[in-house]
Write a protein that binds this ligand. Structure first.
Ligand SMILES: [Zn+2]
Length: 258
């Protein structure tokens, strides 16, 4: 047995033993789970807009109340949360979501727990999505703890939702989605091309989060010029993601087959 270059092998034997995963054209049902009220829009807004425009049913679930989402030290967290909840409803409507659910955990204080895992599993069992989208918990240098915790709770919720012996007290049938797509992935391997209309919807949905314009959108709502500049940044980001993957413009994800 000589030495030599080791040929590439699947790093996951389970994946290697199974057929290629089904292609995602336009899923019938989508469940997107974000840590904060604007994360879904940033992570996969154009993909959702494109799929819902083709008839997909989309449900959004927002894990925390967004109550720390302000730089104003005098702001009342309950008021911030209530404003952001309304903004999320408007943004969901722009992207064609039929439901926006709020799990109501306190922003910034999210901790991994079996309760949280059970909640994400129950969301999947109740809405029975073909595709689940969320944060990539393995993204290196992801600063925000809520993003990491939400990502892990969704990944683990997908595992629990598909097998009957997890959380039997939920008294819901197991459900196995076709795909789990993780945004902000270090190693994306799934490309969803974006259309101009879908990117426009993504920008419009982000701008629904007016309370966040200063903190996370570089003052996008100050005037028309700022709005244009913000829109161009979103488009440029999608072009960069697309070019790296050989298409004009895209959102990219890590795909996991549950
Ligand atoms: Zn966030």
């Amino acid at each position: 047995m000589g030495t030599g270059i080791i040929p590439p092998v699947a790093t996951n034997l389970y994946d290697a033993l199974h057929d290629d995963p089904p292609s995602i054209d336009t899923p019938g049902r989508i469940l997107a789970i974000g840590a904060h009220p604007d994360d879904i829009e940033f992570g996969c807004g154009a993909t959702i807009a494109r799929w819902t425009s083709r008839g997909a049913d989309a449900v959004f679930a927002i894990v925390t109340d967004g109550s720390k989402g302000t730089w104003d030290p005098d702001a009342d967290p309950a008021t911030v949360a209530s404003t952001r909840s309304k903004e999320a409803e408007s943004a969901g409507a722009v992207l064609g979501a039929s439901v926006v659910e709020h799990l109501g955990y306190v922003d910034g204080d999210l901790e991994y727990s079996m309760d949280l895992r059970a909640r994400t599993a129950a969301l999947i069992r109740r809405h029975r999505p073909d595709v689940v989208l969320s944060h990539d918990p393995w993204q290196r240098y992801q600063l925000h703890p809520d993003h990491r915790v939400t990502g892990f709770a969704v990944v683990d919720g997908v595992v629990a939702a598909r097998d009957p012996h997890y959380f039997p007290e939920q008294e819901m049938l197991p459900h196995r989605p076709d795909a789990l797509l993780l945004w902000s992935a270090d190693e994306p391997d799934y490309i969803e091309p974006t259309t101009p209309a879908a990117l426009e919807a993504k920008v419009a949905a982000l701008l629904c989060h007016a309370s966040q314009a200063e903190t996370t959108m570089a003052g996008a709502d100050r005037d028309e010029a700022s709005r244009e500049a913000f829109s161009h940044k979103i488009e440029a980001w999608a072009r960069r993601a697309g070019h790296a993957s050989g298409v004009e413009s895209a959102e990219v994800f890590k795909r996991i087959t549950p």
